[in-house]
Design a binder for this molecule. Structure first.
Ligand code: PAZ
Length: 367
């Protein structure tokens, strides 16, 4: 794809004036307001974590789309570490079906959940594979039901978790249940870049206008942690074909416009006094710091965290006006399981550092 700088650039206002909002935007924002105000009353800071990649559909009845690289690893791990601090309530704005806090540990590809379980019968405690029955290799899965009249197919069977997985799963489940009972995690899904931008603006505005019981704003206690991989280009809705683009006419040319740089609007208008953290992904490490400094200069926010595609799980650089700080997991520690049974994750170090920086930001705003 080649960039075409001669096309006029969309401002953020023009973008929102022309691109339709996602359905249920208002309901989402109402729920966010309730979440933010309840957590402010409980004395929490609130962080918006964005995660995963956005799509650009090529058709309105979408068969094909362009996608941005991101599995949601950074965002989901970070959301979990923010929650673990006990100081933050997290709004998790993520790409639909990408990794999520807690359940991410049992992704179908890295830790297939069903492989950790076995069926045990109470009578003999033997692990018993289901026998082929009535000509079927295995019976159909019964629908989940709340009715007590539906009997389980085998009432004496229990599901057991294989011993090495039991302790970590129990501990994770307890953390997850605690998070649910405290009501400190609120998730919202997006798919397209349009949905992402509408939700980003809406949630940021709600965070900056929410008030606690005493009428105080979230202000500096809000953080915006923008780890999503957002498309730089989009196709304005008027130019998106209604139906599937037909082949047979040879090659396909797609003309895309540049997505407005909303970070400026976010810092100046939407996020009030919040602490804004953006991410910069490059494949060429030489570009990382100059690009991050350029972003700080242009948008005026607090910190850019730079990472490269190849090493993003092991090293990042915090770029601030005062200088750069690399955060790394040493080579010998990579992939190692610690005393607590968990693999060392760079997000733990990122969040620890950010929490301290955020405290400094809050303190510096006090008169
Ligand atoms: O989700 P993931 O862990 O696979 O990737 C995370 C990331 C590289 C998308 C994120 O750290 C990042 O840099 N986000 C911003 C990307 C950008 O420059 O637009």
């Amino acid at each position: 794809m080649s960039e075409q700088p001669e096309r006029p650039l969309f401002s953020a206002e023009e973008f929102f004036a022309q691109q339709p909002p996602p359905p249920q935007l208002e309901e989402h924002l109402e729920q966010v307001r309730e979440f933010v105000e309840r957590n402010m009353n409980a004395g929490k800071r609130v962080v918006l974590v964005t995660s995963g990649g956005t799509t650009v559909p090529l058709e309105q009845n979408v068969v094909r789309f362009l996608d941005n690289f991101s599995a949601g690893t950074r965002g989901s791990a970070s959301a979990e570490h923010f929650l673990r601090t006990g100081n933050y309530a997290v709004i998790f704005l993520h790409r639909q079906h990408s990794l999520q806090p807690f359940s991410r540990h049992y992704s179908h590809s890295t830790n297939p959940f069903l492989d950790l379980l076995s069926v045990v019968h109470e009578n003999n405690k033997d692990v018993t594979p289901v026998q082929p029955k009535d000509g079927f290799l295995f019976p159909p899965v019964p629908a989940a039901s709340t009715s007590s009249s539906v009997a389980p197919t085998d009432s004496s069977a229990q599901i057991h978790i294989s011993p090495p997985h039991l302790a970590p799963m129990l501990s994770l489940l307890q953390s997850y249940q605690l998070v649910k009972s405290l009501g400190v995690l609120h998730s919202i899904a997006f798919t397209t870049v349009d949905e992402y931008l509408w939700l980003l603006r809406g949630v940021s505005r709600v965070m900056s206008t929410a008030r606690d019981k005493e009428g105080n704003a979230l202000g500096r206690r809000g953080m915006y942690y923008l780890a999503a991989a957002v498309s730089d280009f989009f196709i304005p809705s008027q130019r998106v074909s209604e139906h599937k683009i037909q082949s047979g006419k040879g090659s396909l040319s797609i003309e895309m416009d540049q997505v407005p740089k909303v970070l400026k609007a976010m810092v100046d208008e939407w996020a009030n006094d919040g602490f804004v953290v953006s991410f910069k992904l490059e494949t060429d490490i030489k570009l990382l710091i100059p690009k991050a400094l350029g972003a700080l200069d242009r948008y005026g926010h607090q910190v850019v965290i730079g990472n490269t595609l190849a090493d993003r799980k092991y090293e990042v650089v915090f770029v601030e006006r005062s200088g750069e700080t690399w955060v790394r997991i040493a080579e010998e520690e990579r992939g190692k399981v610690g005393a607590d049974g968990a693999v060392r994750e760079i997000e733990e170090d990122i969040i620890e550092r950010l929490e301290r920086m955020h405290s400094g930001w809050i303190a510096s705003g006090k008169v």
